[in-house]
Design a protein around this ligand. Structure first.
Ligand code: COI
Length: 460
């Protein structure tokens, strides 16, 4: 098809010709006469009596519902004193919320140009999403702890099954870079990734609460202390501790990928060393880990090019923590020479960039990805992982492992999606020939709702 067939408003019909799954509605949208014949043929194949489109009312029904966003504070308050009835309410919130959130993204996909949505990678994600949508919308109301156990099984299976989503989407988007306005593609990718994070947060939070509830040490209604996690939410996340642990992990990674002889820059931390805030630890580790990884590698590469590099250590990476009334800002400054001019316009793009072909090749080697620091298999001298791995991921580390030196080219844009999801921001300033300053702003009070819709920075 050289013609982009677009989804027609809200209606869609079963795609009778699909070799994949006949029950899954496919986006076929054709409006005017040159294509009317095809439209009719498909309609007839679908068994529509008079050749008109059959509405897929079930999806429409769910798309019509609004997502109900939550804040970190709500997650904490809700999980702070856990009882059976709270656990059951949590289960039913997830049961009804997941299909709403997935339905919106299915509709977004249906509205992509036909050539994009039929890209095999995007199509695979579409099928996966439709299946998950169907599974969750059909799940009966959860009334007992036994129902909840079954529900948790389904969530876990879906969390594992959806580990292919990030590499698939990333490959699809790169392959479609020339078929659609890259800005629109990037916008689509940002929304779909943000929504994915949101679904995983509510699903993982529920699994965590269930795990807490089932623990032999748990007494219903008991209130947790400040230093604890409530589900996946780390109540008092100290910026300095997270940065130190990520720096250690990134240093080990740099040694293993550049060789033990290489001089790795020191990471110095100053500023408000006691700053803390509630956050999902794995999100913060991912962002800080990616920023430090970029800085460390840039400094190593630049230092190697200096004639006297063997006799002098590389310049340190300086991290400053600034605690303001509503935000914590983390600035990461390196002297790695700045970002090459040809890469600057594509820094935040999933769909375009000078290394697109290489990125595609590398992504092809990563069938599954959780987008956490843990999956890079960072271990200490004793072979132990240094970062807290989410429990549900524990047994998955081998499933998601990827060669740590592969550059997928999405660390920065994905970090920004994570930062903006909890109403924060991520920006870079490159000083050509000198280095980069990265600014990560985090909402400190945990009272901001998850940001499910468009990215402010993209719309600007
Ligand atoms: C995703 O990872 O994309 C999900 O939607 C997970 C959810 C179905 C539990």
């Amino acid at each position: 098809f050289s013609v982009a067939l677009r989804c027609h408003g809200k209606r869609c019909r079963p795609f009778a010709n699909s070799t994949l799954n006949k029950a899954i509605p496919r986006p076929i949208l054709i409006a005017t006469s040159p294509l009317a014949k095809i439209q009719k043929r498909y309609a007839a194949q679908a068994g529509a009596s008079n050749g008109t489109w059959r509405p897929v009312s079930v999806l429409d029904e769910w798309v019509a519902k609004e997502a109900r966003p939550i804040s970190l504070r709500q997650l904490m308050v809700f999980g702070r004193s856990l009882t059976e009835s709270r656990l059951i309410s949590s289960a039913n919130y997830v049961r009804t919320e997941l299909p709403v959130r997935i339905a919106h993204r299915i509709r977004d996909m249906q509205q992509l140009p036909y050539v994009v949505v039929t890209n095999p990678h995007i199509e695979e994600v579409y099928q996966l999403y439709y299946k998950a949508f169907d599974t969750f919308r059909k799940f009966k109301e959860i009334k007992t702890l036994e129902d909840n156990e079954k529900f948790c099984e389904v969530i876990s299976q879906n969390l594992k099954g959806h580990l292919t989503v990030i590499p698939k989407l990333a490959m699809g988007i790169l392959e479609c870079g020339r078929l659609m306005d890259p800005k629109e593609l990037d916008h689509f990718m940002n929304v779909i990734l943000r929504s994915r994070i949101s679904r995983r947060v509510i699903a993982e939070q529920h699994l965590s609460l269930t795990e807490t509830f089932n623990s032999p040490y748990f007494s219903p209604g008991a209130t947790l202390s400040e230093s604890d996690f409530i589900g996946e939410v780390f109540i008092k996340c100290f910026a300095k501790d997270v940065i130190s642990r990520c720096a250690k992990a990134v240093t080990q990674l740099a040694r293993s990928t550049n060789g033990p002889q290489v001089q790795v820059p020191e990471v110095k931390i100053d500023g408000h060393l006691n700053a803390s805030f509630p956050y999902i630890l794995s999100h913060l580790e991912y962002i800080v880990g990616e920023l430090l990884r970029n800085s460390v590698q840039a400094v190593i590469d630049r230092h190697q090019q200096q004639p006297d590099h063997a006799s002098s250590p590389p310049p340190p990476i300086e991290v400053t923590i600034c605690e303001a009334q509503e935000h914590v800002i983390i600035r990461i400054s390196d002297r790695g020479g700045g970002i090459p001019r040809d890469e600057l316009p594509y820094l935040w793009s999933f769909s375009k960039g000078p290394q697109s072909q290489k990125r595609l090749e590398n992504l092809g080697q990563v069938p599954r990805m959780a987008a956490t620091m843990q999956e890079l298999h960072v271990t200490d001298e004793l072979g132990r992982a240094d970062l807290k791995a989410p429990t549900y991921l524990g047994s998955l580390s081998t499933l998601t492992s990827r060669p740590p030196n592969l550059r997928l080219g999405m660390g920065l844009p994905l970090s920004r999606v994570y930062a903006e999801y909890w109403a924060g921001s991520l920006n870079l300033h490159s000083l050509e020939g000198y280095g980069v300053d990265a600014f990560l702003q985090i909402s400190r009070l945990g009272n901001k709702n998850e940001q499910l819709t468009t990215r402010a920075s993209m719309d600007a």
